[in-house]
Write a new protein. Sequence first.
Lengths: 264, 233
Amino acid sequence: MSYFLAELSKLVGQPAVRAGSVVTVVAPAVIAALNGTSLAHAIEMGDQGAFLSLSTVDSGFSELAIGVVGVLIIAVVSVSSEYARTPAALGRTRQLSSTLVAMPVRTALAGAKIAVLVAWVLAISLVAIPAALVATRLSLGSHATAPNLWHAAGVAAFYLTMALLAQAVTTVLRSGILPLVIFLANSSVVSVGMLLLQVTSWAKYLPDIAATSLMFTEAEFTTGAAAVSRNSAPLGAATAVCVLLGWSALSVAVTVAVWARRDA
Amino acid sequence: MIEIESVTKRRGRRTVLSSVSFRARPGRVTGFVGPNGAGKSSTLRILLGLDRATSGRALVGGRRYCDLPQPLRTVGALLDGGGAHPSRTARAHLAWIAASQGISRRRIDEVLDLVGLRGDARRRAGTYSLGMGQRLGLAAALLGDPEVLVLDEPVNGLDPAGVLWIRDLVRGRAAQGGTVLMSSHLMGELAEVADDIVVIADGRITAAGSIDDVVAPYGDLEAAFFALTGGAR
């Protein structure tokens, strides 16, 4: 428990983690409110305009996808902060040596880092998801449809899986720069999975694509604003859950194995 | 008591430490001296569980460091400078370390007073001078009020007053029966404070014993250092 409390104190004390948490909680809600207002106006005017559809079933969920950006920052910083050096004039010291001296049981340390990340991501999910769905409901007014709570759970599963994966990759690389560039570009600029889906349907088993199967209706998956693939059906819910669990288990195994075996 | 027993460390084909053995006894300050790259930090990192020995073992009070419950209550360590994240305040740095050992927050103020950082405790570690970073590292080492101190180059970056403070600290700890192992690449620095001295060069121990016994055959400290480390005058 003391390892968990220490790692929690370290994580929450990072300015980048606090900023990432704000991004995850605030950005989807604000975008959902803006989109909802525009969509309600389009519905009332009977003018589809730039919208691909006037359906409100997936409103809020497509906006929550962008919240993963904050989650990725948190996950990467949870490990990269150990390796950040002070400037040469200040001795190029790293937090890692303090961490390993204070918490020398490596598997327990890795377990604490994973548990703290999961707890923190779950906690901000519990704020971010309702915030975006409430913003959607308020902005859509009478046009709002009741949100699918399974899709809400899918968003949390998406955040958790991507967090564990980003943490594992950062652990292997011992630096935050490359993982941040790769994961943030994949989430906000161009999705590698969506590109690969044009070539092979196996890309549906990539974690971010599998997660979208849990977050959206099939119509949104194939034709909506957040459409993943126009010529391929989403994974079934049970399959998608198994795929995300598999990626999460692999990520946890890598993180624990690297912490347990590697010299500082 | 610190016991280093036949510790060998290889990295790839390079042998960093070759069957290193020595002891640091309670009630004494043991200086660990050698040129840069001789293997001082590697030995201390293995003692504290940061790196693994290829063979041999390193023990504190007869136990491996990683087997000590709440290890900072037994061993205080200064490694790699202060070891604080540059964006974290000194107080936040000490707070997570205290949480990891079940140490009360009141003790944080005590060690901040002890190292003279109370007034700068809310500044980020990245804004500290080298000497202040060392003081923060020492505050972390003293947090658990340990019997054993392991200090890697503790006077780096300290001003003369800081150097004197370190000498008083380690002498005081040893006088209370504590075990102190401190490294330096400066023989003269250790001679001011150490009872015993262990000399390392190229990953091998070349001399160990009381400082008088080690220096006597060579006449003076500088001659002893160069003779034992294979350096040229």
